[in-house]
Write a protein that binds this ligand. Sequence first.
Ligand SMILES: CC(C)(COP(=O)(O)OP(=O)(O)OC[C@H]1O[C@@H](n2cnc3c(N)ncnc32)[C@H](O)[C@@H]1OP(=O)(O)O)[C@@H](O)C(=O)NCCC(=O)NCCS
Length: 148
Amino acid sequence: MNIHIREISKDDCHAVWEIEKACFSDPWSEDAFFKELCNPICSILAAFDGEITAGFINVWFVAGELTINNIAVREEYRRHGIAKKLINAAIERYPDTEQVLLEVRESNHAAQELYKKLDFTYTGTRKNYYTNPQEDALLMTKTIGGKK
Ligand SMILES: CC(C)(COP(=O)(O)OP(=O)(O)OC[C@H]1O[C@@H](n2cnc3c(N)ncnc32)[C@H](O)[C@@H]1OP(=O)(O)O)[C@@H](O)C(=O)NCCC(=O)NCCS
């Protein structure tokens, strides 16, 4: 497996959306991914194994805060460090990052383990944040420091 990571273009949106649909019970629409490409605060990075899109991360960067909106890796590519690489690539993409923020379903222990491994800590709960099924979100944060 030879993984490389780059920003996606319109041509990659369909493959990214297929991963989104396979991984989430309340997926974004394909159109939402197209629209995000025109959003100046957004970056969508994907991990490729040759021609195969193995995973992606969608982030927003505003005033030192990098928010992870979504991250997913195709099932057959999991536990090979791809999510870790995607998060680190997103942080490198925005060198002025001071804080990385995200929400995660309370029941999503795999993702919580990933974030804990990358030194995210629990900072709060948003009650009933998710639908389908309704569930609380845990807020997790990682401090980077940013360039001074
Ligand atoms: C969560 C997810 C993105 C992790 O992707 P991944 O590429 O498999 O993660 P990595 O291989 O980079 O994992 C890095 C570390 O995170 C932890 N981790 C990842 N998945 C884990 C799991 N299922 N159980 C326990 N720990 C896990 C481990 O410490 C792992 O290191 P190790 O494999 O050396 O033990 C993937 O499981 C996924 O796409 N899930 C569905 C979508 C989702 O839930 N996204 C998160 C929304 S908040």
